[in-house]
Write a protein of this length. Structure first.
Length: 118
């Protein structure tokens, strides 16, 4: 059974940084490398939105509001995708979840809270 576990969330002041990790279990590294990986976030009272994604071949895409501040990367040998978040603002406060997708197969993590507040 495939499981995704996020870590690295927490509380930070505006302008600070956090690095989120999402590690997949139940997959070989070869199988993990075939998945497109994404980070989503959901703020209180708002719909879940895509933040960043990286394909199996390393193509990256970002939501406009995080371009230049967030960086997505993956380490297939570790079955892990990362989200480096810099210059955080209170508007980045949300539960961040990772998604793994290969064709119609989708797996979600349980999410990690990120709170940006002074």
């Amino acid at each position: 059974q495939v499981q995704l576990v996020e870590s690295g969330g927490g509380s930070v002041q505006p302008g600070g940084s956090l690095r989120l990790s999402c590690t997949a279990s139940g997959l070989t590294s070869f199988a993990f490398s075939a998945y497109a990986m994404s980070w989503y976030r959901q703020a209180p009272g708002k719909e879940r939105e895509s933040v960043a994604s990286i394909t199996s071949v390393g193509y990256k895409d970002y939501q406009e509001s995080v371009k230049g501040r967030f960086t997505i990367s993956r380490d297939n040998a570790k079955n892990t995708v990362y989200l480096q978040m810099n210059s955080l603002t209170p508007e980045d406060t949300a539960v961040y979840s990772c998604k793994a997708q290969r064709f119609s197969t989708i797996h979600w993590g349980q999410g990690t809270q990120v709170t940006v507040s002074s």
